[in-house]
Write a protein that binds this ligand. Structure first.
Ligand code: AMP
Ligand code: GLY
Length: 432
């Protein structure tokens, strides 16, 4: 098969790596990709949201399936663009329709969906300029902390956890009156704060059936011990020790099944990944958010634990035959540690050469590129905040993390920083 993969981060390198292992692959194209994806296929200088350019590439390279990494093209309706185009409609797109992608594209839509299908989530109210004064009153009486969420896509920055009422009110005003998040913040969801451990559960659905992929936990803060600013993700581990059989059964019955059934009942066309951000409150699962794609860096530990041929799985999704697939999961743990540019998530410089990538011949370790590029002399340079991530396997999380950290000692670029405590809560091997 000829495959086109859209995106350019670590998630896309992991997808490209997994697709390149498939016995069904003829040619893989990645748009726009990075220096890592260039080792798995051919990068095309096309933006995933430029649907006309994507169409041209599909025709030129006789593409037979499109896999969408990031949310933006999905929320902008790439699935529907293909379905409505005579020359593209036979090419399956792995990802939901624009309407179904609203599970990520609109927090208010997602909350309404959860309410309609009795899916456990934090209590909430939504506000806009029309009921602004009502919102102010609601905030004044709300227990602390208060969670405020911009309704639309805000590049992971749209959630504010206010510790007091003054801060909550200021944020509310900034979002609604001063368009802090532009159109994304024209509506604000105000919700109850839930306290507990977070994890990410990934479901792949063909619109009828579903597979539950290995769960993962990501580490969003820049500093040791989950301190400092939020980032796109500094590392991840899979499996998640507290997501035991009893917990996952609750997730399945109370969250996954009602979600997949709800999509069907509401006739939302969904053939793709559902990323469910969960919080375990005294061992009871609650949904924090839905995303319509895989997570990053979670993908870099989830895909390495899947033993199946990924194109067989994607073909089953496209043909609505997912019920015939038996998922085979590697029993080992996987951990990934992200190396970022100095200064990230604030200002940082790029264009530094990355050393040490050629000496990697360790078993059970994979380096996924995120923000990298190739220069004219084929040198690999830094190109983003999150530069690369090292994934390793282990009999338990501590061993996997230790291996990833060992490899990172050999890799270097100016200003490189990474967290040495990924998986710190899961100390002993017996925990998994
Ligand atoms: P989101 O952008 O929806 O993933 O939210 C970003 C982060 O905010 C989540 O990963 C949680 O850590 C936190 N968060 C969001 N909603 C809540 C909530 N209701 N209670 C506690 N923490 C939350
Ligand atoms: N790691 C969280 C995300 O991909 O949204």
């Amino acid at each position: 098969m000829n495959i086109l993969l859209l995106g350019s981060g670590g998630r896309e390198h992991a997808l490209a790596w997994k697709i390149a292992l498939s016995s069904h692959l003829s040619a893989l194209f990645i748009a726009p990709g990075n220096a890592g994806t260039a080792m798995c296929g051919t990068n095309l200088a096309i933006l995933p949201t430029d649907f006309e350019a994507v169409k041209k590439a599909c025709i030129e390279h006789k593409i037979e399936m499109v896999i969408v990494g990031p949310e933006e093209p999905l929320v902008k309706g790439i699935y529907d663009f293909f379905a409505a185009d005579e020359s593209l409609k036979k090419i399956p797109v792995i990802g939901p329709s624009g309407k179904a992608a609203m599970l990520e594209g609109s927090k208010a839509f997602a909350k309404g969906f959860m309410n309609r299908h009795n899916i456990p989530t934090a209590d909430y109210q939504e506000f806009n300029m029309d009921n602004y004064t009502e919102g102010v009153k609601y905030l004044t009486e709300h227990s602390l902390p208060i969670v405020l969420k911009a309704d639309g896509l805000a590049a992971g920055k749209g959630v504010i956890i206010a510790q007091n009422h003054v801060e909550a009110m200021a944020e509310f005003e900034l979002m609604l009156q001063q368009s802090k998040f532009g159109d994304a913040g024209k509506k604000v969801v105000v919700e109850e704060f839930l306290k507990g451990m977070e994890l990410s559960v990934f479901v792949l659905t063909d619109g009828k059936d579903y597979l539950i992929l290995p769960e993962a936990k990501d580490y969003k803060r820049i500093g040791i011990g989950d301190t400092g600013l939020n980032t796109g993700g500094m590392g991840a581990v899979s499996p998640v020790p507290f997501a035991d059989e009893v917990f996952m059964q609750k997730v399945k019955e109370r969250i996954i099944e009602p979600t997949v059934n709800g999509l069907q009942k509401e006739e939302l066309d969904y053939r793709g990944f559902i990323f469910i951000g969960l919080i375990s409150v005294e061992n009871e699962p609650f949904v924090i958010e839905y995303n319509c794609r895989l997570g990053d860096p979670e993908t870099e530990v989830v895909l390495p634990r899947i033993e199946n041929d990924i194109l067989e799985i994607f073909t089953a999704v496209a043909q609505q035959k997912l019920k015939d697939i038996q998922l085979k999961i590697d029993s080992r743990a996987a951990a990934t540690v992200v190396a970022v540019s100095g200064g990230y998530p604030g200002n940082y410089e790029t264009g530094f050469e990355i050393d040490g990538l050629d000496i990697l011949n360790e078993d059970d370790v994979i380096v996924f590129h995120a923000g990298t590029s190739l220069d004219d002399e084929n040198r690999i340079l830094t190109k983003g905040g999150r530069v690369l991530t090292v994934t390793a396997y282990g009999t338990g999380i501590p061993e996997a993390v230790k291996r990833a950290l060992k490899i990172l000692e050999f890799i270097g670029f100016e200003g490189m920083y990474y967290r040495k405590d990924i998986g710190y809560e899961f100390k002993s091997k017996e925990e998994i």
